[in-house]
Write a protein that binds this ligand. Structure first.
Ligand code: CTP
Length: 396
């Protein structure tokens, strides 16, 4: 498995402190080691215990607390960090760092680290736009500090304008793409399908499945961070649009088929994580089906197997499928690998409650065309995606 990266998260005192919890949770799920330093003011908004529970590490606040180890903490965390993220960053911390002030654990660690430091500011609009603050930001940028710019919106104080902390998913994604510096997919085109498709019954009803799209999105994001040019074809999912890739939204099997066919030839790697509806109603009713009979019988007919279709078209592409199975996991997955002319198949047992469909974690076996069966223990979908590309790139 790839080396664990360490993020030191600095939390400063603003109303957006609670959102830092969400960022930390996302970084942990992505498999990163997280240490938290809070300012005294931040602890007035949210207790260090919440940060300790989520980061699974002691939270550091006081510079002069009894040491718990023979390390000078601001130096040891400064050295440990692969990246420092200050979220939320108040105008106070920006002002201090821009002017070389180091008077607490967080600012001393920022001064001492050689790792990249990223600020995600959040403040009242007038404070944020104050020329002194803007001048500090300019100065920090000149020194190489990075910023995840705040959004415009309605702020906690009731004002509307810029100063709203950037979206927490965007913050965690940017951090991940900065620390995860393997660019082994640079120059490659990766096509990913994700989520369910729907099969309409009448103008108001459709059938679909439980796929959340989380696995496919994690794969697309991992490919992007490794330098690939990514096209994501997504069924209806409740996930924010990821940055840095082309996203094609579709609903039905035939729309996914069309989008996949259009993008297949130019792709180097194609990963079909979508849960495509196998059947559609034989007769779509243009009118809403009324509640007249006791029983309702809908006849279904087979729809296109998209993966099999592109398996037949395959030239030099690496083709990866998924197999969602409730029994005979390996045997069924092997048979799909052969039938659909795949190079790899990711097999997951959908009967487990805490992995697979709609969960944040997964536990899979990756079967290779050369006969290898690699068992991946339970881990975040992002880490599964990382392992998959490591295998495709023969990194393990
Ligand atoms: N797949 C596809 N088109 C379909 C059905 C499945 O492209 N109509 C793809 C999925 O994206 C997945 C793989 O085929 O990568 C296997 O999907 P799965 O639902 O596990 O298998 P099926 O082929 O549908 O077979 P079964 O439902 O009988 O297990």
């Amino acid at each position: 498995m790839s080396d664990k990266k360490t993020i030191v998260v600095g939390v400063t005192g603003g109303i957006a402190v609670y959102k830092a919890l969400d960022v930390i949770s996302k970084l942990k799920k992505a498999g990163l080691e997280v240490h938290v330093i809070m300012t005294e003011h931040a602890t007035k908004f949210v207790s260090p215990l919440s940060f300790q529970s989520l980061s699974q590490n002691m939270v550091v606040v006081d510079m002069f607390a009894e040491p718990k180890a023979w390390e000078i903490q601001h130096i040891s965390l400064a050295k440990k960090a692969d990246l420092m993220l200050i979220v939320p960053a108040t105008v106070n911390v920006l002002g201090k760092v821009a002017n070389g002030i180091a008077d607490d654990m967080l600012t001393t660690t920022i001064m001492a680290t050689k790792a990249p430091v990223v600020f995600a500011p959040a403040a009242n609009t007038n404070m944020f736009l104050n020329p002194i603050v803007q001048d500090n930001i300019r100065k920090l940028k000149v020194f190489g500090y990075k910023f995840i710019e705040p959004e415009e919106g309605r702020l906690a104080c009731g004002d509307t304008g810029s100063g709203k902390l950037a979206d927490t998913t965007l913050i965690s994604e940017i951090v991940l793409s900065m620390v995860y510096d393997i660019k082994d997919l640079k120059g490659k085109k990766v096509l990913v399908t994700a989520g369910p498709t729907i099969a309409p019954v009448d103008p108001v009803r459709f059938i679909t499945n439980r796929s959340s799209g989380k696995m496919g999105y994690a794969i697309a994001e991992e490919a992007r961070d490794r330098g690939a040019e990514v096209t994501l074809i997504s069924g209806p999912c409740n996930i924010n649009k990821p940055f840095g890739m082309k996203v094609i939204n579709i609903k039905e099997n035939h729309e996914m088929l069309k989008a996949v066919k259009e993008n297949f030839e130019s792709s180097d790697i194609v990963i079909k994580a979508a849960a495509v509806a196998d059947y559609k109603p034989k007769n779509y009713s243009n009118k809403k089906i009324k509640k007249v009979n006791e029983d309702l019988v809908i006849q279904f007919e087979k729809d296109t197997d998209i993966l099999r279709t592109i398996g037949e078209m395959k030239k030099n592409q690496i083709l990866v499928g998924f197999a969602a199975e409730s029994d005979d996991l390996i045997a069924n997955a092997k048979s799909k690998l052969e039938r659909k002319n795949l190079d790899y198949i990711v097999a997951n047992d959908i009967t487990c409650n805490d992995t697979g469909f709609a969960c944040d974690e997964n536990k899979v076996n990756i079967l290779c065309r050369d006969g290898r069966n690699i068992s991946i223990s339970k881990m975040s979908k992002r880490m599964i995606a990382r392992e998959l590309f490591n295998i495709i790139n023969e990194k393990r």
